[in-house]
Design a protein around this ligand. Structure first.
Ligand code: PLP
Length: 392
């Protein structure tokens, strides 16, 4: 086994199928923009993007300029939308990477002009209370200025929902969509080429009316459920498997403890497995005495404190437990008929699945496969188009 202490294996074919499934649920004419920010939600941006594009996505989106550049450096030449706030230096990098950027005030639009122009999307804050202008008149003015400024191309109109993942809410979500459409529709009527977009994964799945010209899906692309439920119920396949192995099995007598602070003390004689993964890998300390691990097709409780590099697992009293030394252990993924999802881990941590995969640190090597066939990342095709990203 060429695997090391702990690793994430990402099935690019699952990403492809998730995207194909999302595309099949789109209203005709709507496009899928795959959001690959934060290194593809911890899965790896470039490989995730390739899978998403193979599955039918036509746009990519990221938060920062260096993320756009990473996609270009890998030879991806599809439209890329940089959604986040950018400093002048970052704006220049984004535009040099031939990405679309988002504007919501005059100052920012002038910065685009100063950086040599480019394609912009005007963002209305219809209720998120974050990026974007709350003032539709200001947003319309910006759209007009963008359209009339040489070198600047007004290519989209957008907003972002605050409560799309909260199925108990209808009013606020519907209100945001109405506010956005009241502003965007007349502009779209004037210029049918504008790409009007609002929906994230949760919005596109809950309300087809929010799909408009394009949806910006992240979490669902990776096979996780935006509502924190079982992704399988929506036909989504988790693409990431997190695994380690049983490095040692300790004969543990009643009253003996495992780990820092002695937060596990054996109530009876048992075998404790030691697995080399910890919070230094993103397997959070909040999972102390609060997670399960799959070994040889069975679920075992993580016991004691998660430390930086190791966890301990109660393998029980069965003398066969000794033989589990060297076995693969699954922290997120399938084994036999057992399954641990990022949603389960998130629930235990009182957080969301997004944070579970984004939180895996660079110490976890990511490897890629298509339904079990390894992908040689180093041998991926050379760039088909070179974007000039040299500083000017
Ligand atoms: C991250 C992000 C998305 C994707 O959201 P998901 O819930 O992962 O689908 C869409 N739009 C914006 C503006 C974002 O920041």
């Amino acid at each position: 086994m060429s695997e090391g202490r702990a690793q994430a294996r990402v099935n690019v074919a699952a990403i492809e199928r998730n995207c194909a499934r999302l595309c099949s649920q789109l209203r005709s004419g709507a496009e899928l923009c795959a959001v690959v920010k934060a290194d593809g939600y911890g899965h790896g941006a470039v490989q995730s993007a390739r899978g998403a594009l193979a599955g039918g996505a036509t746009w990519l989106a990221v938060a920062g300029s260096h993320e756009a550049r990473e996609l270009r450096d890998a030879g991806l030449n599809e439209r890329v939308l940089v959604m986040g706030a950018l400093t002048m230096v970052e704006l220049e990098e984004a535009l040099a990477s031939d990405a679309d950027v988002v504007v919501w005030n005059q100052h920012y639009l002038q910065a685009v002009v100063a950086a040599g122009g480019g394609r912009v999307h005007v963002k209305l804050d219809s209720g998120m209370g974050r990026l974007g202008t709350r003032d539709p008149a200001e947003a319309s003015r910006l759209a007009a200025v963008a359209r009339d400024t040489p070198g600047v191309r007004l290519s989209g109109l957008m907003t972002h929902f605050a409560t799309a993942d909260d199925l108990a809410d209808d009013g606020f979500f519907a209100g945001q969509l109405a506010t956005f459409m009241d502003w965007a529709q007349p502009l779209k009527d004037d210029d049918p080429d504008l790409v009007v977009h609002a929906a994230n994964s949760a919005a596109m799945l809950r309300d087809a009316d929010s799909q408009l010209d394009m949806v910006r899906c992240g979490i669902a692309v990776y096979g996780m459920d935006p509502f924190g439920r079982d992704p399988a119920a929506r036909g989504l396949e988790p693409a990431l498997e997190l695994s380690t192995y049983v490095a040692d099995v300790k004969d543990t007598k009643q009253g003996e403890s495992a780990g820092y602070g002695r937060r596990f003390i054996a109530e009876h004689d048992t075998f404790v497995g030691v697995l080399p993964i910890g919070y230094g890998d993103g397997w959070r300390r909040g999972l102390s005495n609060n997670a399960d691990v799959l070994v040889a097709g069975h679920r075992y409780p993580l016991v004691g404190t998660v430390s930086m590099d190791n966890i301990t697992v109660d393998l029980g009293l069965d003398p066969n437990a000794r033989g589990l030394r060297g076995e693969r252990a699954i922290l997120i993924g399938f084994q036999g008929s057992e399954r641990i999802t990022a949603e389960e881990v998130a629930r235990r941590l009182d957080t969301i699945n997004y944070e579970v995969t984004c939180g895996l640190t660079p110490r976890i090597p990511r490897t890629y496969h298509r339904d079990g066939t390894p992908i040689d990342v180093a041998a991926t095709p050379a760039p088909t188009r070179t974007v000039d990203t040299s500083p000017t």
